[in-house]
Design a protein. Structure first.
Length: 229
């Protein structure tokens, strides 16, 4: 773990009021504990089984964010403690989160994942799909439904490219949708715009990100053999 980089990054993020999410997928509990000891509390995981295992072995005040593709039938395994689900990419998933949150007598913060990259492999709502979902959400709020989920903002990943203008444009598109979301759902705590990773977080901050997701730059290259995911 790069302690020097962590401290430099935190100093960089302070004036911009940007939150750091440490992406801890495939990292050992010992590696996570090391960063925890420096004061980091927000960690992001991609795989349900890995999160379930780590949650039982690490401090209870860690705020776990689920950032990977989440199947509806696995929500129940993390609903009791997950702090935020950043990868909500369908109405079906959102309804299941609401159902499982209600069973656990809590509200779960959710980010709607938007597909802004040029690659076809990434998940997320298209812009028209997002607007259709917002219409549905507004109607459900008016009828008192969906009260166990809080739409806290948007998440997106830019294209994997060296073209910084393209990356900047994709982040700018997401920021525009984020501003529309805040207007559409004034009753929800829409404050999080999760965009920017190790390779492009500085561009994301410049385009209005409020949360960056950093893994490799903090922990080093991943060893996927460690993971049981």
């Amino acid at each position: 773990m790069d302690e020097k980089f962590y401290h430099q990054l935190m100093e960089e993020l302070k004036p911009a009021k940007v939150q750091l999410l440490a992406v801890s997928k495939t990292r050992t509990p010992e590696e996570i504990q090391e960063l925890y000891q420096l004061g980091q509390r927000d960690f992001g995981e991609n795989y349900v089984q890995e999160l379930v295992d780590k949650q039982t072995r690490l401090p209870a005040d860690i705020r776990w964010h689920f950032i990977g593709h989440l199947q509806s039938n696995k929500v129940k395994y993390i609903a009791a403690y997950v702090y935020m689900i950043q990868s909500v990419d369908s109405l079906k998933l959102l309804l299941e989160i609401d159902k499982q949150a209600k069973k656990n007598n809590r509200k779960i913060r959710c980010l709607l994942q938007v597909h802004i990259a040029k690659e076809e492999t990434k998940f997320g709502f298209s812009e028209p799909e997002l607007k259709d979902l917002l219409t549905t959400l507004v109607q459900s709020r008016l009828s008192g439904q969906g009260t166990n989920v809080e739409i806290a903002g948007l998440m997106g990943m830019a294209s994997l490219t060296d073209n910084q203008d393209q990356i900047r444009g994709e982040f700018r598109q997401l920021k525009s949708l984020f501003d529309q979301l805040k207007t559409s759902l004034p009753e929800d705590p829409v404050q999080a715009l999760s965009m920017g990773m190790s390779s492009d977080y500085q561009i994301a901050i410049g385009e209005g990100s409020t949360m960056i997701r950093i893994g490799t730059a903090l922990f080093g290259e991943r060893n996927y053999k460690k993971s049981q995911a």
